[in-house]
Design a protein around this ligand. Structure first.
Ligand SMILES: Nc1nc2c(ncn2[C@@H]2O[C@H](COP(=O)(O)OP(=O)(O)OP(=O)(O)O)[C@@H](O)[C@H]2O)c(=O)[nH]1
Ligand SMILES: [Mg+2]
Length: 424
């Protein structure tokens, strides 16, 4: 069973509560406050794992809760942080918020790690609130409580090259000759029922190739296995379109080629515009009669690069195919991640929790709980992160508010302890 779409429930850990406590020692009448802070809750972290190729495991395990932070203790003991939960998914898994369907993150790179839900902050113990004038604070703050989130996991395989074609034309055989993958190969239709991936190496360059179940006419209306699997080659940069040039099953290879392209077009504009190389396979079955091939080449030779191959004769015919693909890929832009459309934040922090003002020196300040929380998540050395930060300021209306306050291009703005130049 192949699973490429499923729901799960995830929850980061609650922050532990801060503690109220006072020192009790022999002979000490009134000890000072010694209530410790609560620990942070664990995060929910996703990792893209190149060895996985299905979301099957998630059919059985649905709940992924990180551990809560411990409450603060007496004698200045801080609560322990809750353990994070790490969820491994296949490369190419999109993680969406179920409620809105929006993409949280595209786990598009092997080894990529992404925190999707942050553990709640620990509360502060009363020892934090002692001041010269307030020696016995009898309060502490609670840990931040987190909520459960319904997430959708959707696998859209990432591969550089996708094999497409009718059933039984030799796609899986070709994958097995070009890579170390060992997909099932057999002389009947729909041998391949799930996408297979293989790493192809040539002259020190390597790329990933995906083999999917065969397509037939009407696939876009659900014939055969339908178009369900095309999403697993939708993100490829090159399609390797395989035809049985011998017509060994009584079909016309030129017509096969047209039909498959028509189905690709019906599925998606993007897929139909994808660079295609054509492999005319099973030439060994033509027994010296090249008529099919000549007709095919006459029809499509101007628009496509065509390779004549026999997978029955081993990998020999596929060495030039490998090399050509590598050449093409080297010149193409890398596969791009799908943009994140939403980040999940714990509800307790409210987007209205910010304010702008000027300090006594006239420097513009941005403050508030939302901003503190935002800053915790920003890495200013990272361009992406920086951009997100500025976008968020704009989205919340902070940029407008600063402008209304008279801040102009180039003025310094201080956000907590970070300073930056205002740009409209
Ligand atoms: N004679 C000959 N047989 C081939 C060649 N390539 C593949 N075959 C045979 O054709 C049959 C189908 O090969 P597969 O690689 O399973 O074909 P597929 O396109 O993956 O088929 P599906 O998974 O059903 O879509 C197998 O019996 C292969 O051994 C070839 O070049 N010449
Ligand atoms: Mg196959």
């Amino acid at each position: 069973m192949f699973v490429d779409y499923t729901n799960i429930m995830a929850k980061a850990g609650n922050g532990g509560n801060g503690r109220v406590s006072f020192r009790r020692e022999k002979y000490v009448q009134q000890g000072g406050p010694d209530g410790g802070n609560g620990g942070r809750g664990g995060d929910v972290v996703f990792v893209a794992d190149g060895r996985m190729n299905t979301l099957m495991d998630f059919k059985f395990k649905k709940k992924f809760f990180a551990r809560n932070g411990e409450d603060g203790g007496q004698r200045n003991q801080h609560g322990r942080d809750g353990e994070s939960i790490v969820i491994r998914v296949p490369v190419g898994t999109l993680i969406r918020e179920k409620e809105t369907g929006k993409i949280i993150v595209d786990m598009y790179k092997d080894g990529m790690t992404q925190t999707v839900l942050r553990g709640g902050r620990g509360g502060k113990g009363n020892m934090c609130f002692a001041t010269p004038t307030r020696r016995t604070p009898d309060f502490a703050t609670p840990g931040q409580k987190t909520t459960e989130h319904a997430l959708v996991l959707e696998l859209k395989t990432i591969a550089d090259v996708g094999l497409v074609g009718f059933p039984n034309v030799g796609k899986s055989t070709i994958l097995s000759l070009m890579s170390a993958a060992r997909p099932e190969i057999a002389n009947y239709h729909f041998t391949t029922l799930v996408p297979n991936l293989g790493v192809v190496e040539t002259d020190g360059y390597s790329f990933v190739m995906a083999d999917i179940p065969g397509l037939i006419e009407g696939a876009s209306e659900g014939a055969g296995l339908g178009l369900n699997f095309l999403k697993h080659v939708e993100r490829t940069r090159v399609l390797l379109h395989v035809v049985d040039i011998s017509g060994s099953e009584g079909r016309d290879p030129a017509e096969d080629f047209r039909v498959i392209n028509e189905e690709l077009r019906k599925y998606s504009e993007k897929l139909s515009r994808c660079r295609q190389l054509v492999v005319c396979n099973k030439i060994d079955l033509c027994e010296g009669n090249n008529e099919n091939y000549q007709r095919f080449a006459a029809l499509y030779g101007n628009d496509y690069e065509i390779f004549l191959t026999s997978a029955a004769r081993g990998e020999k015919d596929f060495l030039p195919v490998k090399r050509r693909i590598a050449e093409l890929l080297k010149e193409m832009p890398a596969i791009e991640a799908m943009a994140s459309e939403i980040t999940l934040e714990e509800a307790e922090i409210d987007e209205t929790q910010w304010e702008v003002r000027r300090d006594s020196d006239g420097v513009a300040l941005v403050e508030g709980r939302y901003i503190e929380n935002l800053l915790e998540r920003i890495n200013f050395d990272d361009v992406e992160s920086n951009r997100y930060f500025h976008k968020t300021l704009r989205r919340l209306g902070i940029i407008d508010a600063l402008r209304r306050m008279g801040v102009r291009d180039g003025d310094t703005v201080r956000v907590l302890d970070v300073e930056f130049d205002f740009v409209e």
